[in-house]
Design a protein around this ligand. Structure first.
Ligand SMILES: Nc1ncnc2c1ncn2[C@@H]1O[C@H](COP(=O)(O)OP(=O)(O)O)[C@@H](O)[C@H]1O
Ligand SMILES: [Mg+2]
Length: 506
């Protein structure tokens, strides 16, 4: 199994980007180098060559001028100047010959050399004669030939200069072309690098974010108690390993949850019998069957009796919740009068409420029809909601129980699934409103989870297991109803629960 996929993917992505960058840099360096070479050859060879060529022409013209002046004036200074320019010409020509790079120019230089020699040869006679102060008779043929040689000489020099200039222009053109090409190719490489980088970043981020989102959702579901949820692991990389580890953790959690449930259920079961014995013994003592007891003993026995009852209620709650979780809650559905159940529950707690100076009142519609329910379980829901209302309402407050019929379109959905309510026409809604301490809105859903209690400390120090509402929720949902609560405008809260009433059989 390849475990380092993710790591390899990152590495591959970065290497590809780096390679793109390197390719571009190398290409640019290579091109710049070439351009440097071209510039170098222009600066070192071509430009000096053109300059020297032009100077060559200058020295030729100077030679001709001084030679003519000497022949006319017979002044030796001109002869010296002529000699000087002749040497200068030869030196420049030699330089050109040495730096020549192609055959065409070489031929031209050789030509220039030959013609110059011819020219020197022709005028050497003239100079000697002029030195002897002899008059030279004008010879038309000689003059024509000399002119022709000089013309050809200047023509060759010009040609040499022009050839070099043409080469120079060509090189500059090449220089420009390379520059353009390099810019274009660099742009293409940059484009590719950017596109690849963007693609890589997108897919890479997605390949990490998508599974992380799945993990986050799964964590949220687990956090909300859905311990059966598992992630589908599709990859072998680190994320896949994380998913597998997550699933293993869920299995462990589920196992531990099961262990806890089993443990609680076992303990509760085992506690039940001794507790019953304790209660019975306590009752026997209180009934003075085992002998007379004093006033203070009776007080103490009454306290133990109450606490034993509380303990029984708690144990019953724990057993109920274990039964619900194990799917073993049994219902005894019968058509019963809901008004009757509600009234009985209200009557039962009236005594307790009055001892706390809480007024219990109730209003109801006329429900002549019976509805299908488990009397004991619905009474249990009522008892729990009413005992909570009394527990969390300060003395002097009031509790109002209302029964009404609501159309299914007007029933909000909290815990019940929509499709379960499909063919129900209307519901009976039982509402228990108190003037107690109320419940923060953000806890409205959460308090129906088991063991959830809003911080009641300092508000009467009420004790409980935090199981009552969770049990009530399950019972109501198993009846096809729903349960929720609202904060009252002024004070306290109202718990509502619904039970299916009329069905649509059409
Ligand atoms: N009528 C009410 N007014 C204010 N708080 C309530 C009321 N009913 C329930 N609660 C809050 O919901 C919590 C859960 O209630 P319940 O499940 O019946 O557990 P218990 O009564 O054992 O604490 C209570 O601890 C309390 O914080
Ligand atoms: Mg309770």
């Amino acid at each position: 199994m390849i475990k380092n996929n993710l790591w390899k993917r990152i590495l591959f992505g970065y290497i590809a980007i780096v390679l793109f960058m390197l390719a571009m840099s190398f290409y640019l360096i290579f091109r710049l180098n070439y351009l440097n070479k071209v510039t170098d050859s222009i600066m070192r060879a071509d430009i000096p060559f053109v300059e020297k060529g032009e100077k060559l022409m200058d020295s030729l013209l100077e030679q001709i001028r001084n030679e003519k002046k000497y022949i006319i004036t017979n002044d030796n200074a001109f002869l010296d100047l002529f000699g000087q320019k002749k040497r200068e010409f030869q030196e420049r020509l030699k330089y050109l010959e040495e730096s020549v790079t192609n055959r065409e120019k070489e031929t031209l230089i050789n030509q220039i050399k030959e013609l110059h020699k011819k020219y020197l040869f022709m005028i050497s006679k003239e100079i000697i004669l002029a030195g002897k102060e002899e008059i030279i008779s004008p010879d038309a043929r000689y003059e024509d030939e000399k002119k022709m040689i000089l013309d050809r000489l200047t023509e060759s020099i010009n040609k040499l200069i022009l050839t070099t200039q043409a080469e120079l222009i060509k090189k500059i053109g090449l220089f420009q072309e390379i520059g353009y090409k390099a810019t274009k190719i660099s742009l293409v490489i940059i484009l590719f690098a950017v596109l690849f980088g963007a693609f890589f970043a997108y897919f890479f981020t997605r390949s990490i974010c998508a599974p992380v989102r799945i993990l986050k959702d799964a964590t949220e579901r687990i956090a909300h108690g859905d311990l059966d949820y598992r992630i589908e692991v599709t990859s072998n990389d680190e994320i896949g390993t994380l998913g597998t580890a997550f699933n293993q953790m869920c299995n462990k959690l589920k196992e531990m949850d099961q262990m806890k449930t089993d443990f609680v259920s076992n303990i509760s079961h085992n506690l039940k019998t001794p507790l019953t014995v304790i209660r019975e013994a306590n009752d026997l003592l209180l009934e003075k069957i085992a002998g007379p007891i004093s006033g203070s003993q009776e007080k103490l026995l009454n306290i133990t009796r109450e606490e034993a009852i509380r303990l029984t209620i708690m144990i019953n709650d724990l057993l109920d919740i274990s039964r619900i979780e194990a799917g073993l809650m049994r219902y005894n559905f019968q058509y019963s009068d809901i008004q009757d159940i509600v009234r009985k529950s209200a009557d039962e707690i009236r005594f307790l409420a009055e001892s706390k100076h809480i007024h219990v009142q109730w209003t109801s519609g006329d429900f002549m029809q019976n509805i299908l329910l488990d009397r004991d379980k619905i009474a249990q829901v009522m008892d729990n909601l009413l005992s909570n209302a009394i527990k969390f309402t300060p003395s002097g407050g009031s509790i109002t129980i209302t029964l009404s019929e609501v159309d299914s379109e007007n029933v909000p959905h909290y815990f019940a699934e929509q499709n379960r309510l499909n063919n129900i026409h209307s519901f009976v809604r039982v509402s228990i409103s108190d003037t107690g301490i109320g419940i923060p809105v953000e806890c409205h859903k959460m308090i129906f989870d088991k063991f959830q209690q809003v911080n009641n400390k300092g508000k009467g120090g009420m004790r409980g297991t935090g199981l009552g509402l969770s049990i009530a929720k399950h019972i109501v949902l198993d009846h096809g109803g729903d349960i929720w609560l609202e904060n009252n405008n002024e004070k306290g809260s109202t718990f509502h629960f619904t039970l299916p009433f009329r069905y649509d059989y059409s």
